[in-house]
Write a protein that binds this ligand. Sequence first.
Ligand code: CA
Length: 311
Amino acid sequence: MRIAISLRRLMSVVAMAVAFVAPGAAQAGTYAQTKYPIVLVHGFLGFSSVLDISYFYGVADRLRADGAKVYVAQLNPAQSNEYRGEQLLQQLQQWAARDGVQKFNLIAHSQGGPTSRYVAAVAPGLVASIGTVSATHFGSKTADYYIAHIGSTWANNVASNIAQVLNAIYNGSAASASPTDLNAALASLSTAGMNTFNSKYPQGKPTTTCGQGPATVNGVSYYSTAGSSVLTNVLDVSDALFALTSQPFGSEANDGVVGKCSAHWGTVLKDNYSWNHLDEINQVLGLRGVFSPDPVAFYDSLANRLKNQGL
Ligand code: CA
């Protein structure tokens, strides 16, 4: 009898303890709890989420679990930096008005970098920081090669049609998608195109070749990072593509699409992660080099850096 009562008491104490602990266990952490919300900005041929697969694979979930408020931009996959920048600006303004947000931390991959810089240049009050990962700040030699050798051939027409189809898929239908312009996109991705863009929007530009730029311009903090590996996982079908797209770089360190030095902007955090251009966004579906750092953990630590900077 006494044992039964003690057991019942013990059970109720355990139940109370579980009830007390369980909500805490389900609550978000604070490691990535930035002052301003984070916006993930995709690159060329990118998307926010398709078939429930995120472009930044697994990144938003981790950031949210660690306390960040995260938005994911949906931009045209094949357009100029300025066109995509205007789209991003509109999305930020809509979110700001709807949710009472003052500023955003933009975290951008590839062409998402110049896209985000456009917004910071025309509306610096909306941007707390821009953190770029292998962004095409000084252009891509792959784009240069494409323009020189493929840009005026029949293959470019095929590629243009593919870009428009992808755009329709990303937006649910062709009717709801803004028109793509592959040639404008490639011009924006080229070395010459970026030289022009950088002279118009120089905020954060490195002061020496392959050096660092100012940490903060017009109240916007600039950080950059780069991968510098091409072939990282034989199981990832995209590696075969990068074996081709990296050819124009010769011996220059690159991630298959973007040269290491081309990705420098503002404060350079690290430019030689053992990632290729898709490993940087944890694609395809998490396949990367066996010993390479976890890209999801990288985005988490970038958010933590922003948090510690009061951003
Ligand atoms: Ca990969």
